[in-house]
Design a binder for this molecule. Structure first.
Ligand code: 26V
Length: 808
């Protein structure tokens, strides 16, 4: 049933003329202006609202269908979402992209200028946050009832600028103009407690007397499915001071700062997204953010459960809560607290419910990235939760002792509390103990989790461990990002069903041998390079786009660039394959080693640029402020995708999938999802190099000496010496010293293999037809990496949920 008809509402038109009418009406009634006097910002907001209205109707129907079905819901808890710009996606999903542009032109507006004002909400750091957004997109597309929960940070991931080649961070006040995509829901606000102490009443019931009370105010954005009527939501919480946090009497006495002190303190919780957690001062605030997210979201989940259900034992049948890394793991003790302290359930029943409800995705292998919290700080902030964790730990360690009698070392390793060198709460252990399923994000990653990082747990509960290989939204990362390639693919396949059924790309295989198709494929790549506007579109566009981290080894790419530079300098007469090397990515503000690498890249770029003997063949570009928007422009233009992490360090990678899907060939190690990409696209269409995980581990265990490689390989020595000798504007000595004296991530050990593989890249590039064939095959064979497949894997293996179709 069309809900609007039932309510006597006029359906919104689907013609350009009707859209134009709605633009005028929204401009007048919602912005209070007319076309003659509207600013571009007015026009943008009006366009956004007019598009949004067309999704709102589907949202209402979705909510009604979900309510009627009373299904099992997926609640995705994530501290980060990198949703990307909303306008283009929402126009596509609402089928208004064409009519909106016609209508704007009719009104004398420049569609590109108006659409240019759409802002990307940068509420995440990198892969983990973008994955959350891709999974939400796929869940809606597959009609899975789902809500994403997160934090509405006032300031998103910092804006990166360069000053003299060094990274400088600027705050990202992403919503200072407002955010037309957001629906505030103040009625659903929640109260969150912090600090204080616990008390036991006469019946032995525990009560938490908080020391601080903060409000959580929700708003949501729409998450439409593609090619379906489902519109799910992502609900984001913003912290507010409670009513009593404003001290009127102090204000009246002129003590203005003191009067708002408490409110400011409360609102700081959702003030800023953490770009890293390597600073001491921010730790407590970060833990507060995590609890804030968890407390608000769980109360909201329970509110929703109660709309249709009464019996707590039904809760896991209606609810699965997916924890996106350990950041929301406090949900486990928080749900225990709500069930035991507030709802009066006994411990065992509550624990059964909790364990059945949660599932945990781990996104790393780095031991330093596994979260722990100091017990004294935890106890001060969340006294009741620490008690609950202690009780969970007692029961759990009894189970371990029973399974492994006498193995005290194992008990020490598996405990939820680390004792030495200081007492800390281990969040990954808690996440494994309190959930029904744990998954890694690529095959190798899941194997390594079970055999190394979480080995003790996998030995105790082997059936709990799963793999769900990551995926990406084909809508955002090919259909929207690469419209010309998408049209060519649709033409080649005779339809656009592939967008929601990415395995159909396999139909392109036959066309890889068609010369005219190949030349059109090449022309699209060329045009995308022109659109990007960085470097010669004829040159091999070699891209490395990701956060800066030593394990990802941007330094290795740099050593290759310097080697190319030296070769050209030594033999200026020869013909070289012209390359544009493109870096993009941010470093955590306190991660000095990574920032030195950024600075050195910019210095090398400048030296090469200034050298007329080299610059015709080699150009290094580093556009600042990598984000979803910039990625969407770079990825379609890439010929070569750099996925060169030390084997065993990159959990999955998802940029690797986006680039392969857009026809870039990968040069990579056997790490993360690279392995699966190579399996799918074929070893002939992938440039493999470097040590694999067992070889890398063995080398490290047997006393690796980076300097041996330096001594043995003259090209490597030349490259490193030029850094150490300050040949690049005197920048980068720290980078050189660290590689030569330590080289934690085996960069020098993989150098020769990498440079040789790059020589093969050059050779392959010269056979244009063969290269294009490989490019087409990369796209044709990347269907597996659709986030739709990822969500199906979660749904079948972990969530056990079914789709709910939204009726007309
Ligand atoms: C966190 C930290 C914290 C401080 C110390 C250094 C460090 C290094 C890495 C991390 C990673 C945080 C989690 C994360 O973003 N993981 C990424 O998740 C992606 C989606 O699953 C995956 O594709 C990437 O391989 C993985 O790095």
């Amino acid at each position: 049933m069309d809900v609007r008809n039932g309510m006597g509402l006029r359906p919104l038109g689907t013609s350009a003329a009707e859209f134009e009418q709605d633009l005028l009406s929204n401009l007048y009634y919602r912005r209070g202006t007319t076309v003659e006097s509207a600013s571009t910002q007015d026009a943008y907001e009006t366009l956004a609202l007019t598009v949004r209205d067309r999704l709102a109707e589907r949202r209402v129907r979705t909510a009604a269908a979900h309510y009627a079905a009373n299904p099992r819901w997926v609640y995705y808890l994530s501290a980060e979402y990198l949703l990307g710009k909303q306008l283009e996606q929402n126009m596509l999903y609402s089928g208004t992209d064409r009519i909106a542009r016609i209508a704007m032109k009719q009104l004398g507006l420049d569609p590109d200028e108006v659409e240019g004002l759409d802002v990307e909400p940068g509420l995440g750091n990198g892969g983990l946050g973008r994955l959350a957004a891709c999974l939400l997109d796929a869940m809606a597309t597959l009609d899975i009832p789902a809500v994403g929960y997160g934090i509405r940070y006032d300031l998103g991931i910092f804006k990166q600028t360069f000053k003299n080649g060094a990274q400088v961070e600027k705050p990202d006040d992403w919503s200072y103009q407002g955010n037309p995509w957001e629906f505030p829901a103040p009625d659903d606000r929640q109260t969150v407690f912090f600090y204080g102490h616990t008390e036991r009443d006469a019946n032995g019931k525990t009560c938490w007397i908080p020391g601080e009370v903060v409000l959580g105010e929700p708003s949501h954005m729409l998450v439409p499915g593609h090619g379906t009527d489902t519109v799910n939501i992502v609900r984001l919480w913003r912290a507010r001071g409670s009513e009593s946090s404003f001290d009127l009497s102090r204000f009246s006495a002129g003590q203005y700062a003191e009067a708002v002190d408490e409110a400011v303190h409360a609102e700081n919780i959702s003030k800023v997204l953490y770009p890293d957690d390597s600073t001491e001062s921010g730790r407590e605030l970060r833990l507060k953010q995590q609890y804030f997210l968890v407390s608000c979201s769980l109360r909201d989940i329970i509110r929703r459960f109660r709309l249709r259900n009464t019996d707590w034992s039904e809760f896991p049948k209606k609810t699965v809560i997916q924890l996106n890394d350990t950041h929301p793991t406090l949900a486990i003790p928080e749900l225990m607290r709500l069930l035991v302290d507030e709802e009066g359930l006994n411990w065992d029943l509550a624990w059964t419910i909790v364990r059945q409800t949660f599932a945990y995705t781990c996104h790393t292998l780095l031991p330093e990235a596994l979260e722990t919290w100091s017990v004294p700080m935890f106890e001060r902030l969340l006294p009741r939760h620490l008690e609950i964790i202690y009780t969970i730990n007692e029961h759990f360690l009894a189970e371990v002792r029973e399974a492994f009698p006498g193995d005290v070392d194992r008990v020490r390793r598996m405990s939820l509390i680390q004792e030495e060198p200081d007492r800390r709460v281990r969040m990954a252990n808690l996440a494994v103990v309190g959930t029904q399923a744990v998954n890694g994000v690529a095959e190798l990653h899941s194997e390594l989790l079970a055999s190394t990082t979480l080995r003790d747990f996998a030995e105790l509960w082997p059936a709990k461990f799963h793999n769900v290989t990551n995926g990406i939204s084909p809508r955002r990362f090919i259909k929207i990002a690469n419209p010309t390639l998408s049209s060519l693919i649709s033409e080649g396949l005779g339809g656009d069903e592939w967008i929601n059924d990415l395995d159909r790309l396999a139909g392109l295989e036959a066309l890889a041998d068609d010369e005219s198709f190949r030349s059109r494929w090449r022309a699209v790549k060329q045009a995308n390079k022109v659109r990007l506007g960085l470097g010669d579109p004829e040159s091999l566009t070699d891209v490395m786009i990701k956060r800066f981290h030593e394990y990802k080894r941007q330094q290795l790419k740099l050593l290759h660039i310097i080697t190319m530079y030296h070769r050209i300098k030594a033999n200026p007469g020869q013909a070289y394959v012209p390359r544009t090397v493109l870096f993009a990515g941010k470093a955590a503000p306190a991660y000095h080693a990574a920032k030195h690498v950024i600075r050195l890249i910019n210095a090398v770029a400048a030296v090469i640029d200034a050298d007329p003997a080299v610059s015709p063949y080699l150009k290094v570009v580093f556009p600042p402020n990598y984000n979803v928007t910039l990625g969407s422009l770079i990825i379609p233009a890439a010929d070569l995708s750099e996925q060169i992490s030390m084997a065993g360090k990159e959990a999955s990678g998802t940029g690797n999938m986006k680039l392969a899907l857009n026809g870039a060939l990968t040069i990579g190690t056997l790490d993360g999802a690279n392995i699966e990409i190579r399996d799918k696209v074929g070893a002939d269409n992938f440039f493999l190099f470097g040590l694999d995980t067992p070889a890398a581990t063995a080398l490290k265990n047997n006393g690796y000496r980076a300097r041996d490689h330096y001594d043995r390989d003259p090209e490597l020595r030349h490259a490193l010496d030029s850094i150490l000798d300050g040949k690049f504007l005197g920048i980068g000595r720290e980078v050189g010293e660290s590689l030569l004296n330590w080289d934690e991530y085996l960069t020098l050990a993989d150098y020769r293999s990498y440079v040789d593989a790059q020589d093969q890249v050059d050779a392959a590039w010269q056979d244009t037809d063969q290269w294009t064939r490989k490019s087409i095959l990369n796209t044709a064979r990347s269907g597996f990496f659709s986030a739709d497949r990822t969500v199906r894997d979660y749904a079948a293996g972990i969530w056990h949920v079914n789709p709910v179709k939204v009726g007309r």
